[in-house]
Design a protein around this ligand. Structure first.
Ligand code: NAD
Length: 737
């Protein structure tokens, strides 16, 4: 039989080689169609007496990325539609639907013929669960092979047998570690854990897989054999009695109890290991059905999986502008940011001209890349040759005329209007026709800067975050006169350096910094009220934030806070900032010389390594503290998350951010907003505008008018609408439906 996504070739030894190679896709993924075809292939090879066994592999350079977006999205919309029809049967129907993949894999492993999975590249999620259902697993030992069950990262868990097969192949501790973190394994690590049988040279992959069958591989899984015992002996052993209480405590410490998907993994493994395999699969299926009904899973999949991919693929790119090919990018200002922007550009294979005021400063910028390359080579992430090639792409110079070959010029000079004006004029004197100028300013409105330009349509903001090599977000800022071509080029560049863009209209602080400073300022208010600093920091982390607000302020620098507050006063008047906030940063910076991590003194003390930073004890004297037991952590949590979400809502109301996907993804990638919420806007949608407005009103009464809900929020609450309905990112789909 012919298949669209697979080929099946049976050799003289009766071994059927099933090759997964989806047309028109760069990566194999599970879709409805793939499942139907795989089911038919299973029937075909099972019925064909000439077939002795099956080797399953991929025809692409990677094996498979797991489930397709549309399939996951489909499960949520299926459940919503069923619930609307008949709420009493919807969960049962969802249960049956989510069991399909697991059922297919079980069919393969019990069909009576040996299957071997030949893993030739990235093998993620459902694809690894399929491999686990095969009786043999051989992985190529190429560096590109990464094996993982990463579902927990998007709020769900491996629900097609993964939580049952992994702990039946490796000890429970490693199994839990792998699945609750979603981390990747190399082929050799997977072999050491017992998850693959062999790790071989890439060219030996198919022969080795076939050999397993020729050597008489049994078409029965260990757990289907009589007397099977899980590695380590299962749940009722002294070792397990030590592991399980610790495992729940560790998970609580790592996730703050915020991730139902992660907790479900523990439940599946603990309960599943105590029962026969088919019952265990049903337990997994039951929890998977439950998790798919949580707000966390829905919001995380939407933001962290679907929206992130859509934005990465240029959801906001104007149609009709040809895709940009970058022959050269110029970075002007080779300081802290410019040097790293040069590095990520060269790492994407694009030649870079790095310009500074003199040759020495430009050369110094390049040394940053040299250091990063050296680190990567030492850690084995890059070969020496790759490192040399990357560095050869960076040309430091003080000669502005070198911008003439660049398709894009990124300016990262001092945050000073006059300096930027001079640089814009000097660059434009040499910039070629059609090239785009992007400013990395963090505070100066783009429209104002573009006034210095002779070609404002070609002028745009591309705002990076530090550390540039690690931060995945880039804000693309539109000035009033920015044209479509500039936006397209900026988005193509962000895609080329493999970062995720959000497109933002011009405003003070753009999107991310507006939200970040709300978070920090709420912590200032708490300090004034006498909330112990340690509580602020710890509750922030328990709420899902990666760092507490005071620690974050130390990182961004307290003197930068001071500069920004002063600039707001200068531009907008005294009323623009809270005088108590201004007084606090003035005291920290001017009186106490506490500027943050950069001078080793901020809200924290930074002793010499290996000692860890600790909260500055002087804070207690500056702000007499309440007793910890008099402070309600639930309120701290509400205040910190609400103040950010409210600011995100304001940016949408003001038309600064126009797409809720961008507000959500921007909040998670930009400052780690509690990822289990799906982002700052999904936090509101998740609880419903009505509940959020009530929460704001309650907080406003006790903690100030900055918590007052906005007209838009009140309107959404009244009409029972969500942000994703009001600012629908998929208008075409809504029309078609
Ligand atoms: P920096 O002081 O480390 O670097 C600025 C560089 O510009 C210096 O190397 C300086 O020699 C060079 N320079 C100054 N005038 C120049 C001129 N006329 N021609 C060529 N080079 C010139 O500053 P930074 O922290 O890298 O910030 C640069 C820009 O990036 C600023 O606009 C800042 O707001 C923005 N930004 C900074 C951060 C951050 O975390 N530091 C984050 C996002 C954006």
């Amino acid at each position: 039989m012919a298949y669209k996504n697979f080929t099946v070739e049976t050799d003289a030894d009766g071994i059927a080689l099933v090759t997964w190679n989806m047309p028109d896709k760069s990566m194999n993924v599970f879709t409805e169609e793939v499942m139907v075809e795989l089911n038919a292939i299973t029937d075909e090879v099972t019925a064909d007496a000439a077939v002795k066994g099956v080797v399953f592999t991929s025809g692409k350079s990677s094996f498979s990325g797991g489930a397709d977006l549309s399939m996951i999205k489909g499960m949520f919309s299926f459940y919503q539609a069923e619930k609307a029809k008949d709420a009493s049967t919807a969960a049962q129907k969802l249960f049956d639907l989510v069991g399909k993949m697991s059922g297919l894999f079980r069919k393969i492993e019990t069909a009576g013929k040996p299957w071997v999975s030949a893993i030739n590249g990235t093998c993620m999620g459902g694809a690894f669960e399929l491999s686990l259902a095969c009786h043999g697993r051989v992985a190529s030992n190429a560096k590109s092979v990464k094996i993982a069950l990463p579902e927990v990262k998007v709020g769900i868990f491996p629900g097609a047998g993964g939580t049952q097969r992994v702990p039946r192949l490796t000890n429970a501790q490693d199994a839990l570690q792998m699945m609750t973190t979603g981390s990747s394994l190399t082929a050799s690590r997977a072999k050491a854990m017992g998850l693959v049988h062999q790790a071989v040279e890439p060219d030996q992959l198919i022969p080795a897989a076939k050999q397993m069958i020729k050597d008489g591989l049994k078409p029965v899984q260990p757990w289907d054999e009589k007397g099977f015992k899980a590695p380590g002996g299962g749940i009722w052993t002294p070792a397990a009695a030590q592991l399980w209480p610790a495992a729940t405590a560790i998970l609580r410490r790592e996730t703050g109890g915020n991730y139902p998907g992660a907790l479900a993994i523990l439940k599946c493994v603990y309960e599943g290991l105590q029962v026969p395999f088919d019952t265990a699969l049903r337990i997994e299926q039951r929890y998977f059905t439950q998790i798919l009904q949580t707000t966390e899973a829905f919001s995380m999949i939407r933001s962290l999986f679907i929206s992130m991919q859509e934005l990465g693929k240029g959801a906001r790119r104007p149609a009709g502008v040809p895709k940009s090919e970058f022959t050269r990018v110029a970075v002007v200002g080779a300081g802290f940011m410019g040097a790293s922007i040069g590095y990520v550009t060269a790492a994407a294979g694009i030649p870079v001209t790095l310009i500074d005021r003199d040759q020495a400063a430009a050369d110094k910028g390049k040394t940053v890349s040299e250091g990063l390359v050296q680190g990567s080579v030492q850690k084995g992430r890059m070969t020496k040759e790759e490192g040399e090639k990357l560095l050869s792409l960076i040309t430091p110079t003080a000669d502005y005329s070198a911008v003439k070959d660049a398709d894009l010029v990124i300016e990262a000079v001092f945050e000073d209007r006059q300096v930027k004006k001079e640089v814009i004029e000097k660059v434009e004197a040499h910039m070629k026709e059609g090239a785009i100028f992007a400013s990395n300013t963090s505070t100066l409105p783009i429209t104002g800067l573009a006034k210095n330009s002779k070609r404002p349509a070609d002028f745009i903001g591309v705002h990076f975050f530090s550390p540039v090599e690690k931060m995945m977000l880039t804000e693309v800022i539109l000035g009033k006169e920015t044209g479509d071509k500039a936006l397209a080029v900026a988005l193509d560049y962000v895609a080329a350096i493999k970062k995720t863009p959000i497109v933002v209209n011009d405003t003070r602080g753009f999107y991310v910094n507006r939200c970040v400073f709300r978070y920090i300022h709420e912590a200032y208010d708490m300090l004034f009220e006498g909330v112990p600093a340690a509580m602020i920091e710890n509750v922030a982390k328990q709420s899902g934030m990666p760092v507490g607000p005071l620690s974050l302020n130390d990182e961004v620098a307290i003197d930068l806070s001071q500069k920004i507050l002063k600039a707001s006063i200068a531009d907008l008047g005294e009323g623009a900032v809270d005088p108590k906030h201004m007084a606090l940063v003035n005291k920290m910076v001017d009186e106490l010389d506490r500027k943050g991590r950069k001078n080793g003194r901020g809200f924290y003390e930074y002793p010499a390594k290996p000692a860890k930073k600790f909260l500055w004890p002087g804070l207690k004297e500056l702000f007499p503290q309440q007793k910890a037991e008099d402070v309600d952590p639930a309120i701290i949590r509400e205040r910190l998350l609400t103040t950010i979400a409210l600011e995100a809502a304001r940016t949408m109301e003001e038309g600064i951010v126009t797409d809720p996907r961008e507000a959500d993804v921007g909040s998670i990638l930009g400052f780690g907003f509690a990822p289990y919420t799906g982002g700052a806007i999904s936090y509101i949608d998740g609880m419903g505008a009505k509940a959020f407005v009530a929460q704001c009103e309650k907080l406003a009464k006790s903690y100030g008018d900055h918590f007052q809900p906005t007209p838009l929020l009140k309107d959404l609450a009244e009409k029972g609408e969500t942000f994703y309905q009001r600012f629908n990112p998929y208008p075409a789909e809504a029309k078609a439906a």
